[in-house]
Ligand binder design. Structure first.
Ligand code: CA
Ligand code: CA
Length: 215
């Protein structure tokens, strides 16, 4: 009888807290899966371009993908003095390049990193992954194609650095990574030539903060 009372008391103490709200693990958030038909230009679904002797082609790839029904295939040849970029997000010249998730709807303070899957070919190409912050400032994270097949490339926000060689004219230049992030872009660095595939762009939670309250 005394045992039963203790059990009831314990239940009574814990019940109000449990009823108020439930808790759920913070999961990675898929923000872009490259599932739309690929097109360029002002109405394009991908913002891409190249100049000064470099070249880039972009296509949807249905036969080599990590998630959904296709990945983004990027064929490139970059030369010293040239440039190229392949971007997705808001505020770009291509009006339909927005992510599948509206960045303004995201609780950015829950996430420690942005990641994507890349299909490498061990070409030793260095690839800049840039994000544009809410003040139009470009931040950079460098990765290397030094593996074969799909690999999750995790880019912690704290490890991005302000891009030094070029910034948009309207960049706030405050050296603060201001959220929400508006867009991201891939940019293989010269001298390099090849094909890369990208898929499954996600935001990843902090480890040690794996739970969030759900109303
Ligand atoms: Ca996909
Ligand atoms: Ca900034």
């Amino acid at each position: 009888m005394r045992k039963l009372l203790i059990v009831l008391l314990l239940l009574g103490v814990s019940a109000p807290a449990a009823c108020a709200r439930s808790r759920a693990p913070v999961k990675s958030l898929l923000i872009e899966d490259f599932e739309t038909e690929v097109s360029g230009g002002a109405e394009g679904s991908v913002d891409f371009g190249a100049g000064n002797g470099s070249a880039v082609e972009v296509a949807a790839e249905p036969d080599l993908l990590h998630s959904g029904k296709q990945s983004l295939k990027v064929s490139f040849a970059v030369v010293p003095g040239g440039y190229m970029y392949v971007a997705k997000g808001g505020g770009l010249a291509a009006k339909n390049a927005r992510w599948e998730v509206d960045p303004r709807s995201i609780s950015w303070d829950k996430y420690a990193s942005i990641s994507f899957y890349m299909y490498g070919s061990n070409s030793k190409t260095r690839i800049a992954f840039d994000i544009k912050d809410n003040g139009n400032e470009l931040w950079r994270f460098l990765i290397d194609d030094n593996f074969k097949g799909w690999k999750k490339m995790i880019c912690p926000f704290k490890d991005f650095f302000v891009r030094g060689d070029w910034q948009p004219q309207n960049a706030d230049a405050n050296a603060m990574l201001d959220f929400p992030v508006q867009s991201f872009q891939f940019e293989p660095l010269p001298k390099a030539k090849g094909i890369l595939y990208f898929d499954t762009v996600e935001l990843n939670p902090f480890t040690g903060a794996l739970w969030e309250d759900k109303e």
